[in-house]
Design a protein around this ligand. Structure first.
Ligand SMILES: Cc1ncc(COP(=O)(O)O)c(C=O)c1O
Length: 375
């Protein structure tokens, strides 16, 4: 295979290549962690095309009509780099967040800056501090950097325990806060985030992941970036904007903080992602409409669960944790047998499975299967 020969010529051994080919053939154990990869790791075999896929916090609505138009018209001009589209995206999001454009770094999604921040700011002597249960991608990057991950249980109200996180290690490199949290969809009060920024160990950065912020009632913290705090915020277009496959995102931070994650960057960003993201930002309706729609769907499913005495953790996001009252892996398999693919299990909460909220039709199928499996 030509591709294989190319890798071999560049010094990648046949064994390495076979290992990589194995990763890709499995479609699962890729050497980096993203939501769909993590979702795939917890299931066996491919997902049937007619299955309900509520396992990876994706948005079944896809891009809004304005974004879709922008993507379609820019695709025909895909032979050009068009760096101006990236500049336009950066300026648009910066203006909306009241940030100077140099406080914004554009990316193809937010996994990339998440990994870079952890790689740049943690090391064998600078641990990574994260909530438990929390989004796993960061501690996988910390493993790669040779850094210890310190997992701090959520509080009784399912917020980040910012006091315990600040006290976790005086040499902490990164303290990661996800608001709303993945997988619980629960909020950490803004006052706690402010307290953490003021009281964290010297030399550490707070990495605030606002992937799901638009689904919730939480106030974004970009003003704290503008105030030059030791804070990097991540945003993605994969969630409310429905562009996970198109790829767009950004990191907000003081220029000196962002500088440390730019070193390995090279090349252009996808014009489809940048054009679609700018069009999404310019839409006045996409966020409020989708936020209300999600709230209604969430309330419907929560009242169904209450009516049927099924325990769950109330959430402000597009996902929530359901208590299956058994080792949750068994529940996940039983739901798969009904062609409902629900989310994975976090070791800290072994009886819970994360459920992504899909379309009304998908949630109706979920409810039917759930009653059968929980009976
Ligand atoms: C909390 C959180 N951060 C970051 C990401 C990364 O998403 P993306 O790379 O698609 O922006 C995800 C994906 O699900 C996520 O849940």
């Amino acid at each position: 295979m030509q591709h294989n020969d190319g890798l071999l010529a560049r010094g990648i051994s046949r064994r390495d290549f076979q290992r990589l080919a194995g990763f890709f053939a499995a479609g699962a154990a890729l050497p980096f962690a993203t939501e769909p990869v993590l979702a795939q790791l917890s299931q066996t075999g491919p997902i049937p095309p007619d299955a309900v896929k509520i396992n990876a916090n994706e948005n079944p609505l896809g891009p809004c009509p304005q974004a879709l138009d922008a993507v379609q018209s820019i695709a025909a001009r895909g032979g050009r780099y068009m760096y101006d589209l990236t500049a336009q995206f950066t300026q648009t999001i910066a203006a909306q967040e009241n940030l100077k454009p140099r406080y914004v770094l554009p990316f193809a999604g937010s996994s990339d800056p998440l990994h870079r921040v952890v790689l740049a700011y943690t090391s064998a002597s600078k641990p990574y501090v994260v909530a438990d249960p929390g989004y796993e991608a960061g501690f996988r990057a910390a493993d790669f950097a040779g850094a210890k991950s310190i997992r701090i249980p959520l509080t009784k109200t399912y917020a980040h325990d910012v006091r315990a996180m600040a006290a976790a290690d005086p040499n902490a490199g990164v303290i990661y806060v996800c608001n709303p949290n993945n997988p619980t969809g629960t909020l950490t009060p803004r006052a706690d985030i402010e307290w953490l920024i003021e009281n964290k160990p010297k030399g550490s950065v707070v990495l605030l992941d606002e992937a799901y912020i638009h689904f919730s009632s939480a106030t974004p913290c970009s003003d704290l970036v503008a105030a030059d705090k030791d804070l990097i915020i991540l945003r993605t277009f994969s969630k409310i904007y429905g562009m996970a496959g198109l790829r767009a995102g950004a990191a907000f931070g003081r220029p000196d903080l962002l500088e440390r994650i730019t070193g390995y960057a090279a090349g252009a960003l996808p014009t489809t992602g940048m054009a679609g993201a700018t069009a999404s930002l310019e839409s006045k309706t996409v966020v409020p409409e989708r936020k209300t729609n999600m709230k209604n769907l969430r309330e419907d499913v929560f009242s169904f669960l209450q009516k049927n005495n099924i325990a769950f953790v109330p959430s402000e996001s597009n996902c929530f944790m359901l208590d299956t009252k058994r080792p949750a892996g068994e529940f996940v398999k039983a739901m798969q047998a009904e062609k409902i693919y629900v989310g994975r299990v976090w070791p800290a909460w072994p009886t819970y499975s994360r459920i992504t909220i899909g379309t009304p039709a998908e949630m109706a199928k979920f409810q039917t299967a759930l009653l059968k499996v929980m009976a």
